[in-house]
Every structure is written in structure tokens, then in C-alpha cells.
Write a protein that binds this ligand. Structure first.
Ligand SMILES: [Zn+2]
Ligand SMILES: [Zn+2]
Length: 147
């Protein structure tokens, strides 16, 4: 799947409206992120783009990701000790995670609002959000073990 030019333009428009300067590197990071289905880490993005931008560092990538996160273009997913992954789908969705390669795939399912209201009732918490993750083996890794 490739992202539509319209989606990229919309994201660039949001950056401009927030007063963020669009450098070629920033544009490339954004484009990569919008096209990536795996929810890449900063390292993944760096490796994918270092050939094109030899002067770019992982710190630059982090910097750009922070800017994108602050204006709500990406969501940062943290998983304990492993490095953060970045998701440019900021609508409600769930994730399926591969135990072998760590890839994260979006998964659409109606929001589990009842779980939140039940948890709220039972515990007295003000529940703000929830995360649901399913784990397993992705198609690629399944194929790899079948040989
Ligand atoms: Zn996998
Ligand atoms: Zn996602």
C-alpha cells in the first residue's frame, strides 16, 4: 500500500500551520512513516533513509518524530524496555504484534467502550483510554518457519 499524495499533503499542511519548517529530511521521514505499515522505530526510519541523507543522524529522526508527535501527527507506542514505535494512524484501532519480528499491524474492531465504563464503575477510576494488543506470528515469520 502506498499513501495517497493527498494524505501526505494534508500532513505537510498541518506541519506548516503549526509553524514547523519543512526540510527535505523532515519531509522524507513523514513520507516514510505514512507509507510504513510496520509501525517503525526511529532506528528503522534512520536505516531506511540514511542512504538518501548521509548527514542525517538517529537524533535527527528522533527530533522530527517528537515534532510530529507534539502536533498530533503520530502516536508513540512504548513497550517496556524495547524502543518506541511510531504510528501515524491516530484514529482508534487495535494492534496485532508478531512475537518473532516485532512487527505491529493495525486491526480494526469496534471500540470497547463497555470495558471502560465497567472498569470505571467497578474501580472508581476515571478511565481515560485503553490499549489492546494481540500477539502471534505474522505471515512472513510463519512462512519462514515452514521451510
Ligand atoms: Zn513476524
Ligand atoms: Zn497502529
Amino acid at each position: 500500500m502506498t499513501v495517497s499524495e493527498a494524505q501526505l499533503q494534508e500532513a505537510v499542511g498541518r506541519l506548516k500551520n503549526s509553524g514547523v519548517r519543512i526540510t527535505p529530511q523532515r519531509h522524507a521521514v513523514l513520507e516514510y512513516l505514512l507509507n510504513a505499515e510496520i509501525h517503525p522505530t526511529a532506528d528503522d526510519i534512520y536505516k531506511a533513509l540514511e542512504g538518501k541523507f548521509p548527514n542525517m543522524s538517529v537524533a535527527t529522526v528522533y527530533n522530527n518524530l517528537r515534532v510530529f508527535r507534539e502536533i498530533g501527527l503520530v502516536r508513540e507506542l512504548t513497550y517496556g524496555d524495547s524502543s518506541s514505535r511510531f504510528d501515524c494512524n491516530t484514529s482508534d484501532h487495535y494492534h496485532v504484534i508478531c512475537d518473532s519480528c516485532g512487527k505491529i499491524v493495525d486491526f480494526h474492531y469496534p471500540r470497547l467502550d463497555e470495558v471502560e465504563s465497567l472498569a470505571q464503575k467497578v474501580t472508581g477510576f476515571d478511565v481515560s483510554h485503553h490499549r489492546m494488543e494481540l500477539y502471534g506470528t505474522c505471515e512472513n515469520c510463519k512462512k519462514a518457519t515452514q521451510h
